[in-house]
Design a protein around this ligand. Structure first.
Ligand code: THG
Length: 369
């Protein structure tokens, strides 16, 4: 495949870290929330091994915060998600599908409760702010909706705990998974959560104070030599192996939470009011007709850029591949596919065309490990 340069403009925003990652050797970008997201620093396979053993710092500023504040903020946030947030606690993060009136997934953000009247919705790649504004106007809600100047950097990998402790002190390791707190560095308080888009452990720094925040970013590299710290980015190989879903790739508005294995984030039996509740009740009663599954393919290379069908021995299309990559641990391609009923059973076999050649594969359960 030929490679092309990306033309930057005001519309395609950089982040607070762009000059840094460019000095640190970023080799490709993708676009996410109209911003630059590093996609590689050399080989993503090398970075996969590194991420599983050491620690990386990622420019994750594309995970934009939609801030909803004001008297009706809790009502508006709840209206958009099928996860019951009525008992949500300050200082906690919640992974929540945002859905439409048909139960289609508009986004799958992490939602942070900052206070009873202030929430951050840490978005994946779609314009939820417009949906929120429409709802607020239609309902006459007393809310403020904005995209504050918050640029996340993520510290991921098994050595992230020691690295962060070295810089911020032992309290950072009292954070529980999906908890957040405020930690002082460079004369400012930084909101830091124990979270991140890998399963290797780590933190996300929601940088609001640019000068002190960038000093913290730089400090991690300055003192991180003993932990073999490197610049990195969300890693396609690791995130597929860990079954972390990517909105726009694995799931979108044409899929509902039950089809995506999000059952535990759907609450139909409480009093909460959210858009799509009736639709989800119906879907639950009738059962789903497609389901997100894992696939293993006997190939050593794949690039999923468009629609790729899974075909059974009778030439039926049984599903479509949403993401995939060669995995050095499985020594084959593993991927995430939407598989139709009745084929969404583990061990269902299929063929798939990759660049004009046919390869064998089998369906398996998620998560892979
Ligand atoms: N961190 C923050 N914002 C984000 C992401 C993030 N916004 C965009 C995108 N990532 C949203 N998607 C996900 C997908 C999975 C997870 C987080 C965000 C995740 N899931 C855990 C899992 O599946 O095991 C835990 C979910 C849970 O059970 O609560 O971490 O990464 N700030």
């Amino acid at each position: 495949m030929k490679n092309f340069y990306i033309a930057k403009s005001r519309r395609l925003r950089g982040t607070k870290y762009t000059s840094r990652v460019e000095n640190q050797g970023v080799t490709s970008y993708t676009v996410y929330n109209h911003m630059l997201l590093p996609a590689s620093f050399g080989s993503i396979e090398d970075l996969y091994f590194h991420l599983k053993e050491h620690v990386q710092v990622w420019d994750a500023a594309v995970q934009r915060q939609l801030e909803i504040s004001g008297k009706d903020s809790s009502k508006l946030v709840q209206l958009m998600t099928c996860r019951d947030l009525s008992n949500a606690k300050e200082g906690r993060c919640y992974y929540c599908p945002i859905i439409d009136n048909k139960g289609g997934i508009i986004n799958d953000p992490v939602i942070l409760k900052l206070s009873d009247e202030k929430w951050w919705i840490s978005l994946s790649d779609s314009d939820v702010g417009l949906y929120a504004k429409g709802l607020a106007i239609g309902h006459n809600f007393e809310v403020e909706i904005s995209e504050p100047d918050v640029d996340i950097f993520s510290v991921q990998g098994p050595k992230s705990f020691k690295l962060m402790e070295k810089v911020l002190g032992p309290k950072i390791n009292e954070l529980k998974f999906f908890g957040f707190g405020y930690f002082e560095f460079g004369g400012a308080e930084h909101l830091i959560a124990r979270s991140g888009w890998s399963k290797q452990g780590g933190f996300e720094v929601y940088m609001e104070h640019t000068k002190a925040g960038l000093a913290l970013y730089d400090k991690l590299f300055e003192v991180g030599g003993e932990f073999n710290v490197k610049p990195g980015c969300p890693n396609l190989v690791e995130r597929i192996e860990s079954s972390l879903l990517s909105w726009g790739n694995d799931i979108d508005i044409h899929d509902n939470p039950y089809e995506c294995g999000f059952d535990k984030y759907v609450n139909l039996d409480t009093e909460i009011d959210f858009i799509g509740k009736e639709a989800l009740k119906k879907i639950k009663a009738e059962g789903i007709t497609k389901k997100l599954m894992g696939v293993k393919i006997n190939a050593n290379k794949i690039s999923v850029t468009g629609s790729m069908n899974l075909i059974d021995e009778n030439n039926n299309i049984i599903g479509d591949l949403r993401s995939g990559s060669y995995n050095p641990m499985f020594k084959q391609v593993i991927g995430i596919a939407m598989v139709k009923k009745p084929y969404f059973e583990a061990s269902q076999s299929f063929k798939i065309d990759i660049n004009g050649n046919s390869f064998d594969g089998t369906v398996c359960d998620l998560p892979f490990i």
